[in-house]
Design a protein around this ligand. Structure first.
Ligand code: TRP
Length: 476
């Protein structure tokens, strides 16, 4: 490590550091091609990351291969490392994959995306400003990264309020527990800060990306809205909209879409999203539609004509590319940049190498699963960090860091002490895999049953109400 510190600090100019970075990137690539020892590759990647941090500190910009320092300023907020060759984890709006059983390395992602870590200081501040115990997702680093959250809190302390924006791509009728994470957290934020919320259902996006008809996508949007409403949102403070419906009915929304479209080039979206010449033009212009709800005047019925109300977006980290683009455009079209809170992914039952998929029934716990299905799926498919035999497990203990049942409990078990005790007992071998799974099953079964009960109470009229553009119970 001394080596690498000397290296980064030794560079006197941005250009020198840039060249060191190029060389180090080259080294990582060649080690990987040569299939060098993992430790050697890791050390080289570590040094590369360290140099990137130094570079950002020195220039205020993210290092980008092929973009020497002076040219780097143009898309300063677009921290997507175009080289990508140094990181094993793939994280974009369509893919999440890593070779590490503990899951994606989120600290590296923060460096790569140029966001900030949600540290204890920020969690404490949220507690102080909201006057509420921080949600378990904050206490446990499930929401782990942010952009401009301190600014949001500064303003809130001076009585300048903000609004929340989140969304979902309705690609099927079936939602799984992982889909609920942003909504559970958003509901908490809405409650503790007492602020309005807009929820975008991107049925247009799913039509463009999947082999589905417009009618199917729209129907999924309405069906998903029921599950979202079942999370307990306050109808007086929440507007849920389908793009297919709202875009055509709101001139203000569409104007913002067009403004964003005018300020982002094809080259930029290629860089950010990896679009190619053979992607349909609907995909290429779609990011502007996901950007538009970040601006308060897209919703005149809620905010009057006000265009400067701060937006805060809770979302999974894979949505960040959309909002890096949005934040880059915002000041150029006269709007505040939206702030963000990013969550980690909800792991598939088979392991944290990827996120849950709605298209693989056995990778997920669905919101429609029966208690028996939950039990079978957990027992059969949840990847275990336990040992092969009871004797070995008792002797060596289990590995909670790769154990999916334990990971799920960190998402859903409210009691911190109980969770800590489970971890200790599992690690020491006192708690067996079957016992751990039983705790998870008994946590999930009532949770899902309650969700199903609440969803049953959601009538078509209620959906209609949530999805009607109207004033909300709030005055800015
Ligand atoms: N693109 C997202 C998806 O496929 C849906 C979405 C739209 C969204 N707007 C959002 C997600 C804002 C989070 C925040 O799921």
């Amino acid at each position: 490590m001394t080596d690498c510190q000397a290296d980064g600090e030794g560079a006197r100019s941005p250009m020198e550091l840039y060249e060191k970075l190029n060389a180090q990137g080259e080294k990582v690539r060649s080690l990987k091609t040569a299939k060098a020892e993992k430790a050697e590759i890791d050390a080289a990647v570590q040094l590369l990351l360290k140099l990137k941090v130094d570079y950002k500190q020195m220039t205020g910009n993210d290092y980008k291969a092929g973009c020497p320092p002076s040219e780097n300023v143009v898309m300063s907020d677009n921290g997507l490392a175009a080289d990508g060759a140094d990181d094993e984890d793939t994280v974009d709006p369509w893919n999440v994959a890593t070779s590490n059983a503990k899951g994606v390395d989120y600290d590296k992602l923060i460096v790569r995306f140029g966001s900030s870590k949600i540290d204890q200081e920020l969690v404490d501040r949220i507690e102080k400003v909201s006057g509420q115990k921080p949600h378990r997702f904050l206490r446990r680093g499930i929401f782990f990264s942010h952009r401009d959250m301190h600014q949001v809190l500064d303003a809130y302390e001076k009585n300048k309020s903000f609004y929340l924006y989140t969304g979902r791509g309705p690609s099927s009728e079936a939602m799984h527990v992982g889909h609920l994470i942003p909504f559970i957290f958003t509901k908490w934020l809405q409650d503790v800060f007492d602020i309005p919320l807009v929820i975008q259902l991107t049925d247009d996006e799913k039509y463009l990306w999947k082999d589905l008809t417009l009618e199917e996508c729209h129907r999924f949007a309405v069906e998903n809205a029921k599950d979202i409403i079942a999370c307990g949102f306050d109808v007086n403070k929440t507007f849920i909209f389908s793009d297919l419906d709202y875009m055509g009915s709101s001139p203000e929304f569409y104007r913002n879409v067009v403004k964003v479209q005018k300020h982002v080039t094809f080259n930029q979206v290629k860089g950010i999203f990896g679009f190619t010449d053979s992607d349909c033009i609907g995909k290429i212009s779609f990011p502007a539609i996901q950007a538009a709800p970040s601006f308060s005047n897209s919703f005149p019925q809620i905010f009057g004509g006000k265009k400067d109300i701060q937006c805060l977006i809770p979302c999974a980290i894979d949505q960040d590319p959309y909002f890096r683009m949005t934040r880059d455009v915002a000041p150029r079209i006269g709007y505040p940049k939206p702030a963000l809170l990013h969550s980690t992914f909800f792991p598939a039952l088979q392991g944290a190498q990827t996120k849950m998929s709605a298209s693989d029934a056995n990778s997920s716990i669905f919101l429609t699963d029966t208690p028996k299905q939950i039990k079978n799926k957990v027992n059969k498919h949840a990847f275990s960090g336990g040992k092969d035999t009871v004797e070995e497990h008792r002797k060596y203990g289990g590995n909670a860091d790769v154990d999916v049942s334990f990971m799920y409990l960190t998402f859903f078990l409210e009691d911190d002490e109980q969770l800590e005790k489970i971890k200790q007992d599992y690690t020491s071998g006192a708690l067996l895999t079957g016992e751990l799974k039983k705790i998870l099953i008994e946590t999930l079964q009532p949770m899902i049953a309650q969700h199903q009960e609440r969803r049953k109470q959601v009538t078509d009229e209620m959906v209609q109400q949530f999805m009607t553009p109207r004033p909300l119970n709030f005055h800015f």
